[in-house]
Design a protein around this ligand. Structure first.
Ligand SMILES: C[S@@+](CC[C@H](N)C(=O)[O-])C[C@H]1O[C@@H](n2cnc3c(N)ncnc32)[C@H](O)[C@@H]1O
Length: 301
């Protein structure tokens, strides 16, 4: 079942029901196997270093550890590094599978005391207003908000969560029109691996379709049994496991409108974690923006 393959071709048979099902699966499937998630992104460090450096810089300005809310904290790749740096973390995610793995990694009582794990939706987080110095949404998390309304609600929630002068930082992919329109039937990134918990020998491969009507890219990740000889691998007609990953593309001007409409001041918008400008040579949009500080009112004498 290779659902959604025709989305990029604008075929009329792609019903609203199918689109809705793909979005539902596209925000959950990839996060059900949390151990596999950690295994697949074990090499990703640059973003962690950038978020920790940002928090430490703001903490130095404030003269104390920060109160940080991570939206879509997942298995804690970023949250746990911030915790180790001495900050107070609220790790919010809507997938229990991811949060359970995050919580299991925190064994030191001193760190547990600075961590709150919150299973909730980032468009309506159940938190008190003005209680955070820094709100983060690392690693394409905002790309799981598929409509304007969801994005607007999430930006408004980040604004409310922050204290005056607080920072909202996140990264999302820079839409790559050439990549988005690749042939949706060809498999890419074919990789042989051993599952981190079951030990099974599997083959990973992907393809994707871009739906221009909704700006959502539907990535299909196929997991198949590995043949004894890698060269003999041919994708079977029915995959052993098919994971849908749906990513809403956010174009730079749209992103700037979201930031400004929510009331933030844009302080940085670069193409990678080293500060490269946005261009066809970069893959990300790394953003930091600030809720303006409370205006200083001179006391009447
Ligand atoms: C790509 S992962 C990023 C996880 C983590 N920030 C990291 O850097 O590894 C995106 C996370 O966002 C979560 N997520 C997606 N939609 C969400 C929503 N509406 N509310 C809360 N979490 C959501 C997913 O469950 C997943 O854990």
């Amino acid at each position: 079942m290779d659902e959604g393959r025709d989305l990029s071709r604008g075929r009329p048979q792609v019903s609203a029901e199918l689109r809705a099902r793909l979005l539902e699966r596209g925000t959950c499937d990839h996060y059900e196997d949390a151990a596999l998630y950690d295994f697949e992104y074990a090499d990703r460090f640059e973003d962690i270093e950038w978020y920790v450096a940002l928090a430490d810089e703001l903490s130095e300005e404030a003269g104390r550890p920060l109160r940080i809310l991570e939206l879509g904290a997942g298995t804690g790749r970023v949250s746990l590094a911030l915790l180790a740096s001495g900050h107070h973390i609220t790790a919010l995610d809507r997938m229990a599978s991811m949060l359970e793995r995050l919580a299991a990694k925190v064994t030191r009582p001193a760190e547990r005391a600075r961590l709150r794990v919150l299973e909730a939706d980032m468009t309506a987080p159940p938190i008190d207003d003005g209680t955070f110095d820094l709100v983060l949404a690392p690693f394409n998390t905002l790309m799981h908000l598929y409509t304007q309304e969801e994005l607007r609600r999430c930006f408004a929630a980040a604004w409310r969560a922050l204290d005056e002068g607080g920072t909202f930082a996140f990264d999302v992919l820079l839409p790559d029109l050439e990549w988005l329109t690749w042939d949706p039937s060809t498999r890419h990134a074919v990789t042989f691996f051993k599952h981190p918990t079951s030990g099974e020998r599997l083959v990973y491969s992907t393809n994707h379709s871009y739906d221009p009507a909704t700006q959502v890219c539907h990535v299909r990740i196929f997991y198949d049994d590995a043949p004894s000889r890698p060269r003999a691998f041919k994708p079977p007609p029915v995959p052993r496991r098919l994971v849908h990953l749906a990513h809403r593309q956010i174009f730079p001007e749209e992103l700037r409108i979201l930031v400004a409409t929510a009331g933030f001041t844009l302080e940085g918008h670069s193409g990678d974690f080293g500060g490269a400008p946005l261009s066809v040579d970069v893959q990300s949009q790394v953003v930091r923006c600030r809720k303006p500080p409370r205006p200083h009112r001179p006391r009447k004498s």
